[in-house]
Write a protein that binds this ligand. Structure first.
Ligand SMILES: [Zn+2]
Length: 376
């Protein structure tokens, strides 16, 4: 199969020969008719934080293996070939059920196994107060417990790769050291920490700020606060949600300038309501703008968007290049987790996406080809 598109870094129009999901040859586009043609080609997207979509919630106590696969298939339509399914603050048993279901889905479905290199547990060791807690249930927010974490890691078959917590909780700094030592990436998020505690968390081994600027107070001290401190900490990567609702364009730009594109990661933080039409769904609602909110509060409940539209938004809001924005949603999160980069090079078997995009315009994924797809 010959795929013709412009390389997302160089802009060169190339013919990619692909066989059995492997790049067999790459050359300048010629006159022969290609099998597939699109505006651009790039490595497929990878998201650290997907909570579900289409009404399916990975944190639901009844989530099934089949539902996990449905989410993977929907993500793929948006260019996302890899993701960390994310479980949020919940009871011990509910998190065990979620992790066990995700583990079983990986073991029984090769498409899930190819797309899911591990899981993200966000909470329950987060701030209890309104604002930093976000839409996580207050009754399950609690202090870190390494034994509990180890039991979750057992239920997950060792597949928890990312763990988000609030470092001001009692015992959190010691917990960060213990968890980081096991190879799991520890992230700071849903926190009300003082700047000093943010610095202590970095020293203890935290590597990421989870969706910086969200899961925070509506009003903060103007100089000394946990957002500035994390922006200034060069040791921390930062994920952000540039879906058009979670952060104003100026803040997206400031985050990228402070962290530099090199340490910025795009996540969509898709909620279970992503991909659904506007309406009330239990405690949450999808508003006509696509905003997913807790009705009657200023707080958001995850995103209704997927990573593809966030890439287009980041180019517009932060003034970065196409290649920089794509890397924030593919190469960077994989690097953070210690996963091999997805490459567009001869011999590589990386999943890739074909998409259309023009400067200032929308980012529209046509298809993902490669690992985990049902066609070559
Ligand atoms: Zn969150």
């Amino acid at each position: 199969m010959i795929v013709r598109a412009r390389h997302y870094v160089t802009g060169l129009r190339l013919d990619f020969a692909v066989e059995d999901g492997k790049f067999k040859g790459i050359r300048d586009a010629n006159t022969a008719k290609p099998d597939r043609e699109a505006g651009w080609i790039a490595p497929a997207l990878f998201d650290l934080q997907i909570n579900g979509c289409l009404g399916i919630d990975f944190s639901s106590p009844t989530v099934t293996v089949e539902q996990v696969r449905q989410v993977i298939d929907e993500c793929r339509k948006h260019g996302i070939a890899g993701l960390l399914p994310t479980l949020i603050t919940n009871s011990f048993e509910a998190i065990v059920h979620g992790l066990g279901t995700l583990k079983k889905a990986r073991e029984t479905d090769p498409v899930v196994a190819a797309a899911v290199p591990g899981f993200h547990v966000e909470g329950p060791y987060i701030a209890s107060e309104d604002g930093p807690r976000g839409a996580h249930p207050r009754k399950h927010a609690r202090d870190p417990d390494f034994d509990e974490f180890q039991r979750w890691q057992d239920a997950a078959g060792g597949q928890i790769r990312l763990f988000t917590l609030a470092p001001e909780r009692a015992g959190a700094l010691r917990f960060i050291e213990q968890v980081a030592r096991t190879g799991v990436v520890v992230a700071i998020g849903h926190t009300a920490a003082t700047p000093a505690i943010i610095r202590d968390a970095v020293a203890a081994g935290a590597k990421l700020s989870t969706h910086i600027g969200n899961g925070s107070h509506a009003v903060l001290p103007r100089h000394e606060n946990y957002i500035w401190e994390q922006l200034a900490a060069d040791e921390l990567w930062a994920s952000m949600i540039p879906d058009g609702h979670h952060l104003p364009p100026s803040l997206v730009k400031v985050i990228v300038r402070a962290k530099t594109p090199r340490r910025t990661i795009i996540t969509c933080d898709a909620s279970s309501l992503a991909g659904l039409p506007p309406g009330r769904y239990g405690e949450w609602e999808v508003q006509p703008s696509g905003r997913v909110a807790v009705p009657g509060t200023p707080f958001l409940a995850g995103s209704g968007s997927f990573t593809d539209s966030c890439v287009g938004n980041t180019i517009r809001m932060a003034g970065v290049s196409l290649a920089e924005a794509v890397d924030m949603a593919s190469a960077h999160p994989r690097e953070l987790l210690g996963l091999p980069n997805w490459e567009l090079s001869e011999g590589a078997t990386s999943p890739f996406m074909l998409f259309d995009w023009e400067p200032g315009g929308e980012f529209v994924v046509r298809e993902v080809i490669g690992v985990g797809s049902r066609r070559p």
